[in-house]
Write a protein that binds this ligand. Sequence first.
Ligand SMILES: [Zn+2]
Length: 477
Amino acid sequence: MTTTRPDLVLTSARILDPATNTDAIMDVAVTSGKISEVGEHLDTSTAGDIIDLSGRWLIPGMIDTHVHVGGELDGVTDPGTGMRAVVEAGATTVVDLGGSMERIVNGIRKHGAGANVAGLGMLKPGVTLPDDDPSPSIVRSTLDKALKSGQLGLKMWGGYYPFSMDVTADIIAACNERLAYVAFHVGTKSSGSRLDGMRELPALLGQHGRAHIAHINAYCRGSILSPAEEIAEALEILESLRGRVVSEVHLARPNFTRGECDEDGNVRMDVARNCLRLRNYPTTREGMRKAITDGYGSAVRQTPSGLSLVTGAEGVKIFDDGDSVIGMSFPVNRADTAFQLTTAKRKDDSFIVDAIASDAGVLPRNVNIEQAMNIVKFGGLTPLEMAQKLSFNPARMIGLTRKGRIAPGMDADLTVISPEQGRAVMSFVAGEMVMMDGRAVGHSGKLLITNAGETAAARYDLPYETIDISNSLLYAV
Ligand SMILES: [Zn+2]
């Protein structure tokens, strides 16, 4: 069919294309950054390059709708650290859930590894907002500023910087009015980063509100009911908002939070307090030190290649040296919760939680593919369902109409998985190899922006693509 010479032909891969339910050994031809042909025994005689993928699985490029590469929460000095880490884990497109555009741009310039990167504006009182009670006009001007900087919308960090119910509802409404993206780590001043935060969603969204609800598993750690009861109720809440929310689950055991204590020695962040309470530690500086001493809490240490977790006396020293203002981690994410939320389906066979996302990036838990492969081995997902949760659904969540599929005309963003190793071993963005054997080999990166960000993107002098959030599942029906 194709008469043009393909730049690249990937041969004999097990193609997993959930959109067409295709699970078959075939070849994929790539021409000018797009998939030009998919079929058996394609003509390779004129191909610029041929890669034999016998024994490998090929999924549409992994799209991680929840990463942190934009500088918030991590404190890592090299802004490219997260850019490399996500690519090394097999991602081809990522959404930074609340950081700075400047940091993303610097990261791509310095150590970009070839991925497509979108960002959401962070709502941090004293930094991007004057205080924690912004008026509707301040909310809207903050959203405009984010969109103009090239971000797709806003992220609310209810577990860290909660707003009142009214302000939270207004932020969602403001983003909805503009058809901007809005992601929510649940929790308000009247709830927490727990099931009680989820319970507020129907009231916060009202009749028409729409939002991306981040890491559902983080609200089912057993803080209020038993984990099993919390999972059931969280799924019920999502189901009651079907068509108006999109959501994801991450599959890593450790979480990430902040150690900050106030002048009275009390832990500031709701997420960190919940972690301490789960094991009956006092929510104080001393409680935190004890948790680190016991090996339950870890201090996050920066190393040249990323972040590592340190417990015991050494961890306490990092905590004290940083005067508590450090990244912290607790092993609070339950495997049973992650499994059940990932695999939960409706009667019509569709998934209640749309995607697997990492909440990683710079944080050392970029395990989407590894853990999804474990679920496949265990029989919880078919290989096609895995591809759906790692790429097809995430593409629809953001409104990327040319990604998430392996079909002619689609962007040649592809991730190769080794079923023996259970991880990504190669990936391509627009037909260019960006990762090989777990090493990022790509350069630079492309910003995904809305049309409001075009002037800024031109100034950044990086490749960019304008996307239309009205194509997102958030606004689909
Ligand atoms: Zn996050």
